[in-house]
Ligand binder design. Structure first.
Ligand SMILES: Nc1ncnc2c1ncn2[C@@H]1O[C@H](COP(=O)(O)OP(=O)(O)OP(=O)(O)O)[C@@H](O)[C@H]1O
Length: 930
């Protein structure tokens, strides 16, 4: 083990679990050994070598004053960085100790405006048996806490199961996640964190998650009454909250004090939006991971960082509380109608600094005079905002209430105090002097006056000496080694008066001091020090007082953020012809001339109506590829979501019944990389919707079942439709290319068909983008293939195949080996629309075969030709074909048993997931009997 400074470094490093250590050595923070190489790689720092007892170690360093940007860069790259500061020991030597560990979730100096959360997660039942590991992931409950040290936001909740946990984490997108002891070895949990989030995972003392210790931490921080009054009575939420507080405290950045308020919330407060739906609807991130082209990007006109954060929160956490939503809508309506007042309000807000973040900086002690002057200038805007609203139509709107909400008397007092204290444009550092205004503190003023007098005496000394003694070439200056001195040119150095004492001879001059000069120098230094000390002391006192008002700052900051978010929504509504939705408790979503909020910005958009209610709760949306089905359905979901964020919506009019959740399943994302097949993901998402949606939910299904063989796909889509219609009764939009499904409207009372129309003339297809009642029977998939540049022979051939299929109006299974189109081995499997099941047979389908469904048992290896627009040509290989024929004449007992079970299944009454597993079981049994 090396000794000396490197030894000390390595020893300190060993005592911390941080990834990197920065150790103060005089005026530098140094990194040694592996850490030096790491920071050199990451931050482009120069590496030199440090010898220590015969060995040489890499070394890199940054000046003390420049540590912060390097720290930030390291932490934002996911490293946990320990900082060891140097202090003087009693015997005059130096020692060092780790004073803080900066981690992604506790970094105060964030470089962007986004919220930066630390998340803690615990499993509700303690989960100590380990049986859950890698399991299905539907257990629960879970306690979750989110802490943003940069703004002091602190939230805790309990979620029911894995899916809700995932949704919640996705929504907050934490920079750092601390799994409780019961989750840190849970592969499924860690896998989903890696998949969904960019933040890093840290391991923290298991003890901190223990119920007793966590509850104590919560009570210490917020007081026993607060913890009770906000309803933090659940153990998992308390455990998560307590552990978050302990972690923030242990990392030692002094930010714990900014956690002034605890917010708890329950599942009933917000619209359920699972992680998939948040992703599918591209609220804050497109499917490709961009910020451009998202809903937030489209509607964001905020002028402050805090306003942007709040608007993002509103969009990702839509509410169910109609009173709150109507309040927001009232505010947006009045702001949208009062253009002038709105502009004034926004211009005023434009000058606001980020008070929530400033509050955290004051409580952590890192705020300087600049920050306090920002607090002062921002507090001054509160009366300015009140004035901007006075006498305008906004005066009677909720906008005025938002301005009145913070304690304005206290804000005025604090502003007054800061205005009296802090210099108009104070310097950046606390040690430069000039922090305070004249008149703030008599003692300081006197010190400053005396200091300036003494300095003036020194400044004018050279002139006086020249005059008094007739000397030329005289200057007075100071430096570190000589202090103040009188410098006289060599030519006149012999003429200096008595009392000049020579201290140094230079090439062309000599330096002297006098007794008086030394006396004055001592005075100036004494005054300088006294002035610096007093300024620092006064500043700390003032900062403390501002820190005590952190809650007030957060209140004012929150009010400004809300005004900004509301004004942003109003600006967008007014500029884009959006309308106020009427929120109701009914099961209605009625939209007249609705548009897609993002697509309408770049396209000449064709508006469409939508009608969903108690009698017509399930729409099957058909139409050609590319016609606009997805856009139509997403636009419905986004209008619903915008309304429940308190926003106007892109429509001529809209009646929006409040929903408890929005669920979507749209085009499969490629998750093969995560080891799950596309179809498996599709089915998991479907399963989640069928389990979670209620009759108060909105469900959007885009082409469910297309990830598998057509027969399976239609069966699943069919069964899912029935289940959603009969059991769940959610408002549903279901786009499909399986035209067979459109007949469901004849069987199920609340199902209706709509289609996106096209105009077809002389073989040319024009997309009209208009949604009309009734089904369509064509997909124009071949036309789209043509548009996409598929070679002509393929398109022509596809057209001919399609024509033939249309003539036969059937799903056709072709014999494999002869490859012919309609050769002797061709049979047909016909989807029986009245029963929703398949019948198999030859060209002249025979009833007995239809009953047995024996063809079905063979479709495991189907290849599906999707170009045939909704019908499919299925090829099976010859050997299976033969076996099948033999099987039909002579069935073994197992096959017979399977067929009987199959015949007994009530498709309408069986959950699709169960259906799937039963089909699988039958297939296995049939395979076994082969
Ligand atoms: N109402 C509309 N007005 C103008 N353009 C529209 C409208 N609806 C959709 N579009 C445009 O049409 C294109 C295709 O839309 P969309 O993806 O919704 O079609 P689709 O029917 O779901 O296609 P597919 O079945 O192939 O998935 C999009 O680029 C979209 O911008």
């Amino acid at each position: 083990m090396p000794t000396g400074i490197v030894g000390e470094f390595l020893e300190l490093k060993e005592g911390t679990d941080a990834d990197v250590l920065a150790m103060q050595c005089g005026d530098f923070y140094e990194f040694f050994a592996d850490d030096a190489e790491l920071v050199a790689d990451e931050l482009d720092l120069q590496v030199s070598q440090k010898s220590s007892h015969g060995s040489s170690y890499p070394m890199a360093g940054v000046p003390l004053s420049e540590l912060t940007p390097y720290l930030k860069a390291l932490v934002e790259r996911g490293y946990r960085v320990a900082v060891a500061d140097q202090y003087e020991t009693d015997d005059g030597g130096h020692a060092r100790e780790v004073t803080r560990v900066v981690t992604p979730g506790t970094l105060l100096e964030a470089s962007d405006d986004d919220a930066r959360y630390l998340a803690t997660v615990v499993s509700g039942d303690g989960g100590s048996d380990g049986s859950r590991r890698g399991g299905s992931g539907d257990d629960g409950p879970y306690g979750v806490a989110f802490a943003d040290v940069t703004t002091g936001r602190f939230l805790a909740t309990v979620v029911d199961d894995r899916s809700d946990l995932r949704a919640e984490l996705y929504r907050f997108d934490p920079a750092e996640v601390l799994p409780g002891p019961d989750l840190r070895n849970d592969d499924a949990f860690l896998g989903s964190v890696r998949e969904d989030l960019t933040g890093s995972v840290s391991v923290f003392d298991a003890e901190a998650f223990a119920p007793g210790r966590a509850a104590h931490a919560v009570r210490e921080q917020f007081g026993a009454e607060t913890a009770d009054s906000v309803g933090l009575d659940s153990t998992p939420a308390t455990r998560a909250a307590g552990a978050a507080l302990a972690y923030v405290s242990e990392t030692g950045a002094g930010v714990l004090a900014s956690m002034t308020r605890l917010t708890t919330y329950g599942a009933a407060d917000h619209v359920e939006l699972d992680a998939t739906t948040q992703r599918n609807l591209e609220l804050t991130e497109t499917m490709r991971g961009d910020a451009d082209g998202t809903l937030f990007d489209a509607v964001d006109h905020t002028v402050t960082a805090a306003g942007g954060r709040l608007l993002r929160e509103w969009l990702t956490r839509p509410k169910r509380d109609r009173e709150e939503l109507d309040r927001r809508l009232d505010a947006v309506e009045s702001l949208a109608a009062a253009a002038l007042a709105r502009d004034r309000l926004r211009e005023t807000l434009d000058d606001a600094y980020d008070l929530e973040r400033l509050a955290a900086r004051t409580t952590s002690g890192s705020a300087g005079a600049r920050e306090l002057s920002s607090v002062r200038d921002t507090l001054a805007l509160l009366p300015a905002l009140a004035e901007a609203v006075e006498g305008t139509p906004l005066a009677d709107s909720p906008v005025a209430e938002v301005i009145r909400r913070p304690d304005r008397d206290r804000a005025r007092d604090l502003h007054g105090e800061l205005a009296e204290a802090i210099a108009e444009d104070p310097p950046k550092t606390k040690t430069e002097g000039g922090l305070f205004r004249k008149g703030y503190d008599a003692e300081l003023d006197e010190l400053i006056e005396r200091h300036e007098e003494a300095a003036e005496w020194l400044d004018t000394l050279a002139e006086r000496e020249k005059r008094r003694h007739g000397l030329t070439h005289v200057t007075v200056d100071r430096n570190k080694t000589d202090g103040y001195y009188i410098q006289v040119g060599k030519s006149v150095a012999d003429e200096v008066p008595e009392g000049y004492r020579e201290i140094k001879t230079l090439k062309n001059s000599k330096r002297f001091v006098t007794e008086e000069l030394e006396e004055r120098e001592r005075e100036v230094l004494r005054l300088e020090e006294a002035r610096g000390d007093l300024e620092y002391e006064l500043f700390e006192e003032l900062r403390e007082r501002v820190a005590e008002a952190a809650t007030l700052l957060q209140d004012v900051g929150r009010a400004f953020a809300e005004l900004d978010a509301l004004a942003s929504l109003a600006t967008h509504a007014a500029g884009n012809d959006w309308t106020r939705p009427t929120l109701t408790e009914s099961r209605t979503l009625s939209i007249e001339a609705g548009r897609h909020p993002v697509v309408e910005r770049t396209t000449d958009f064709v508006p469409n109506d939508l009608e969903l209610d108690d009698e017509r709760g399930f729409l099957i949306v058909t139409g050609p590829n590319m016609s606009g089905k997805s856009t139509y359905m997403r636009q419905a979901a986004l209008i619903q979501l915008l309304a429940q964020a308190g926003s106007f919506v892109p429509a001529r009019s809209a009646e929006v019944g409040v929903v408890d959740g929005i669920y979507t399943r749209v085009g499969a994302l490629d998750e093969l990389a995560q080891g799950r097949s596309t179809f498996m993901v599709e089915m998991q998402e479907l399963s989640n919707i069928l389990h979670s949606a209620t009759e108060d939910s909105l469900v959007i299904l885009d082409e469910v079942g297309r990830g598998t063989a057509t027969y399976d796909g239609i069966s699943i889509a069919w069964a899912a439709t029935e289940y959603l219609h009969n059991e769940v009764r959610a408002r549903t939009l279901f786009a499909t290319h399986y035209h067979e499904l459109t007949t469901l409207a004849d069987h199920l009372p609340r199902v209706a068909n709509v289609h996106v129309a096209v105009d077809e003339r002389d073989g040319d297809v024009t997309f009209l983008r208009t949604v009309r009642d009734g089904p369509t029977n064509r997909s124009y998939g071949v036309h789209v293939a043509d548009l996409a540049g598929v070679p002509e022979p393929v398109v022509d051939r596809a057209d001919r195949v399609l024509d033939r299929l249309r003539e036969e109006k059937a799903i056709e299974a072709k014999g494999g080996s002869n490859g012919g189109d309609g050769g002797s081995a061709t049979k047909q499997a016909v989807f029986d629309l009245s029963t929703g099941s398949f019948a198999g047979g030859g060209p002249a389908s025979n009833g007995a075969d239809a009953e047995t469904g024996s063809d079905r048992a063979e479709t495991g290896s189907d290849r599906v030709d999707r170009s045939a627009g909704g019908t499919a040509a299925v090829e099976e290989d010859r050997s299976k074909e033969d076996r099948s024929r033999e099987g039909r004449s002579e069935l073994d007992t197992e096959t017979r048993a399977v067929i009987e079970e199959l015949a007994d299944v009530d498709v309408a009454a069986t959950a699709p997931v169960e259906l799937l597993s039963r089909v699988q079981e039958w297939q296995e049994r049939l395979d076994g009997g082969d």
